[in-house]
Ligand binder design. Structure first.
Ligand code: URA
Length: 237
């Protein structure tokens, strides 16, 4: 791929702007020698303003999403792209969230520009475990674990019952829920179905991948081992 297109696809600017960056001598090799637009170089051997290029297509990110941020790309409020470097918004292929978390849900959110990977994670048959921690408005009644594990709980306006879900009671109004599917507002609707209300919700893990030390609002690039962890325990997708 020509260098102008390669760098423009990473969101550093339009092709015209990137061509200008070449003319300004801002694109160099690792030794600091200026590169020209029609030079041929490997991705790893290009610097912009002395910095290595962002990773190319196939980018996978883990974000610890704060409350109040939406997964939409166009929202009037704060969006997940506001948590990432400005140029990530302009990448081609586009960086998308892997599924969604509600605006009021915090925690583990994956993003990728790899459509096949995205599909593999969210495909219903992958059955990847997603673990949520919920704080509730009312004390748990005691029958929620059985109701959620039954495989027969039917949410309003759904045509099929929910898959069995695991509930771990952490306190009178505090629980950890493990789901193997991802329906719209699923956790909030499940607790509503047992007469409760979710006050706060946080996703702790997707498959075997957790947030680790990642602080709220922070993100990091995932490597192949992280990806393997996502699929730990998943069924074939
Ligand atoms: N379930 C919900 O209700 N909200 C989320 O954001 C994720 C799962």
């Amino acid at each position: 791929m020509r260098l102008v297109r390669l760098i423009a696809n990473l969101g550093y600017g339009s092709r015209k702007e990137v061509a200008m960056m070449f003319r300004e001598g801002r694109i160099t090799d690792p030794a600091g020698d200026v590169l020209y637009a029609d030079d041929k170089r490997e991705h790893a051997d290009i610097r912009v303003d002395g910095e290595p290029l962002d990773p190319g297509a196939g980018l996978r990110l883990l974000l610890n999403k704060p409350v109040g941020v939406t997964c939409s790309t166009k929202d009037v409020g704060r969006i997940v792209h506001d948590m990432l470097p400005e140029r990530f918004r302009l990448r081609n292929p586009t960086l998308s969230t892997v599924g969604r978390l509600d605006r009021d849900t915090s925690g583990l959110l994956l993003l990728t520009d790899d459509g096949a990977l995205l599909h593999r994670i969210i495909a219903p048959k992958s059955r990847i475990a997603k673990v949520y921690e919920a704080v509730l408005a009312e004390d748990l009644r005691g029958d929620e674990s059985a109701v959620f594990a039954s495989g027969s709980l039917m949410l309003e306006s759904e045509k099929t019952p929910l898959l069995p879900a695991g509930l771990e009671v952490l306190g009178p109004r505090h629980a950890r829920l493990t789901l193997h599917e991802g329906r719209y507002h699923q956790v909030r609707r499940m607790f509503a179905a047992v007469g409760n209300h979710v006050v706060s919700l946080r996703r702790l893990s997707v498959g075997g991948l957790g947030l680790g030390e990642l602080a709220e609002g922070d993100w990091r690039i995932l490597d192949d081992r992280d990806l393997e962890a996502v699929f730990t325990g998943a069924e074939t997708a």
